[in-house]
Ligand binder design. Structure first.
Ligand code: G6P
Length: 612
């Protein structure tokens, strides 16, 4: 979490950095700050959003062509002005911005205090900038060498940029465990946590690799070295997305835009990877490993949050179609519980950002134990994509709303192809069944378009329940993970307590919660177990719960029982999550808006969680 931006060149740095920070606010918005160098080191910081920072900046002191800025998701220390970045070294000569955590900060801080350093914040970052200063003083060396030596002494994760008052022609950046991209312009450089602050100025970027640092000079020269001091030749990549994809495009919020983008995102995700008429699936990223993957004794899916819910759908699909046993693990649990992993396992890591620290750590553990790692990521060039042996990008385009929507549907679409490809390789699916599913998958974007037309009706339902204090979401089979995801969407952005549950498990606990104040969202499109879900609906009705049912068009039985019916187009049961999630995303969105919540930047959350 935390977003960082640096600029050096001939432009005014302040507007470039502020705009960049606004693009990175999805990474955290507890506080923001900026340091600009124009003879003096001008530092402005403020708790709250980047727009709050702008209110305290003295424009007269912003004239500078070099600077750094930060938007924070708090780890060490309260999110107040004092703890906001940039942090300044004891002598006042260095300023630093940092995304990550320095784990051994306490011991270093103690040592520095004993050497006379005074601290003004509770952050681990202030410790790091003073350590760099101390190393530079003690070793009497260049700043970049001091940064390298200091970073070799710290334990933890970081992406940092250092600004030096006595050298207005240089920025130093380094990374370990947190992402960092350098934009290469004409005699100017941009540094950022992702490419979104860079895209409007240049398409040429260098992704800094793990344990590398960059020395970037105003004269156009830059060098990249490892923290072990080995020079690397930078690989310049071309950004593929455009500025339009990271703007709201007429929608009021990114989340709504991204919900509406799902048909296109799924098409982009499937493009060139399947052909229903000819009955083929091509997943370039796995060709080299197809035998090992199809012959795996077991798949372990590891992920967090929404991506974990896609993984659960993947478990149902892969077991159903390819008959390979699958386990789905929260990455944070998996890595700490000494799991059994062998070289016969395939670990599928799912991550929109490709940077989630727990997921990254889980796959590093699995890699050590010789499993094959298959990464499913959205962000191109992200850490998880890079450490995986094989992988496929979801191609959903940038997802900016903190609550994940199109990333989820593209993950599920892609996992469908993977499950079918495995089934084909294992001979567990007939050609006709495979074509049937592929035809239906091709139809999904159109059916989502149709479902999006229910928006006005869903808004009316939202208005009725916007003041509820609890919500229950129930589903069976493929719709159970959708119930979890629907509940997650609601709690993330509206702060209403919501639980997702397997519909049949309701009677083992949650049924005690049901009374006339409890809205219960049923996902009841299943063909199999339909009668069973009707019984569950009856059980809720008997206890006066308010029933909102998502059903297949033409359904008659549940209509009789439910207070509200949301009719969605019919589809193959395994593809139903791609349709049934849409009304739940819209319901959460409208409720949150009606409650006055900031849907794109919900409190306490961040989109990319790069701390454990
Ligand atoms: C955070 C986000 C969620 C996301 C989860 C996993 O909690 O707020 O929306 O699902 O991280 O992120 P990933 O990038 O790994 O999919």
């Amino acid at each position: 979490m935390c977003g960082i931006v640096g600029y050096i060149g001939s432009k005014q740095a302040y507007p470039v950095i502020i705009k960049g920070l606004k693009r990175l606010e999805y990474r955290g918005y507890d506080s923001a700050g900026i340091a600009l160098l124009n003879g003096d080191m001008n530092v402005f910081k403020k708790a709250g959003k980047v727009s709050d920072l702008e209110t305290v900046v003295d424009e007269a002191r912003t004239h500078a062509t070099i600077g750094i800025g930060h938007t924070r998701w708090a780890t060490h220390g309260e999110p107040n002005d004092r703890n906001a970045h940039p942090h300044i070294s004891h002598s006042g000569s260095l300023a630093i911005i940092h995304n990550g955590i320095i784990e051994n900060y306490a011991a270093i801080k103690e040592l520095l205090i004993s050497r006379g350093y005074i601290f003004h914040s509770d952050t681990d970052t202030e410790v790091l900038v003073n350590l760099i200063e101390e190393v530079q003083k003690k070793e009497n060396t260049s700043l970049d060498n001091a940064v390298r030596i200091a970073l070799n002494q710290v334990v933890g994760a970081y992406a940092i940029v250092v600004l030096n008052k006595s050298n207005p022609n240089q920025l130093i950046a380094a990374r370990k465990g947190s992402p960092l991209v350098i934009g290469i312009g004409e005699d100017e450089f941009f540094i950022a946590s992702d490419a979104s602050p860079i895209i409007e100025y240049t398409k040429n970027v260098v992704y800094l690799d793990e344990q590398e640092y960059a020395v970037i000079n105003r004269d156009g020269n830059y060098q990249i070295r490892t923290l072990g001091n080995v020079e690397k030749s930078p690989e310049i990549k071309k950004l593929e997305f455009t500025i339009e994809t990271i703007e709201k495009g007429g929608f009021e919020h990114f989340m709504l835009k991204e919900i509406y983008e799902q048909p296109k995102a799924i098409e982009d995700s499937l493009r060139g990877r399947m052909n229903a008429a000819q009955g083929w699936i091509k997943l370039g990223g796995i060709n080299e490993y197809i035998n090992r993957i199809a012959n795996a004794e077991r798949f372990i899916v590891t992920a967090c949050g929404t991506s974990w819910h896609s993984g659960l759908i993947g478990e149902y699909m892969i077991e159903d179609l390819a008959r390979i046993p699958v386990e789905v693990e929260y990455a944070s649990e998996f890595r700490y519980r000494n799991p059994i992993i062998t070289e016969h396992d395939v670990v599928i890591a799912i991550s929109q950002s490709g940077e989630t620290a727990d997921t990254l750590a889980a796959i590093n553990l699995a890699k050590e134990r010789q499993a094959l790692i298959y990464g499913i990521c959205n962000v191109i060039g992200s850490s998880i994509a890079r450490v995986s042996h094989a992988g496929s990008y979801t191609h959903a385009g940038p997802e900016i709303g903190v609550a994940s929507t199109k990333a989820f549907s593209t993950q599920v679409s892609l996992i469908t192809l993977i499950a079918l490809r495995m089934a084909e390789a294992k001979g567990t699916i007939s050609t006709s069944k495979m074509r049937e599913i592929l035809y239906e998958l091709e139809n999904i974007p159109r059916k989502i378009e149709e479902t999006l037309q229910l928006d006005a009706q869903i808004k009316e339902i939202a208005a009725i329940y916007k003041n509820a204090t609890n919500f229950l979401y129930l589903g069976r089979g493929y719709n159970f993970p959708v119930a979890l995801e629907g509940a997650l969407k609601l709690k993330e952005i509206s702060y209403i307590h919501a639980e997702g549950y397997p519909a049949a498990e309701m009677k083992h606990g949650p049924i005690a919660l049901i009374d006339e104040n409890m809205p219960v969202v049923f996902l009841a499109t299943n063909k199999s177990a339909y009668e069973k879900i009707v019984s569950n609906v009856q059980e809720v009705k008997a206890r006066k719960g308010k029933i909102i049912a998502v059903v297949t068009k033409g359904d008659t039985q549940i209509r009789e029982l439910a207070d509200h019916i949301i009719e969605v187009p019919e589809t193959e049961e395994i593809l139903s999550p791609l349709i049934t999630i849409v009304p739940l995303q819209l319901l959460a969105y409208h409720i949150a808006i009606m409650r006055g919540c900031n849907v794109d930047q919900p409190r306490n959350l961040a989109k990319s969680v790069t701390v454990e």
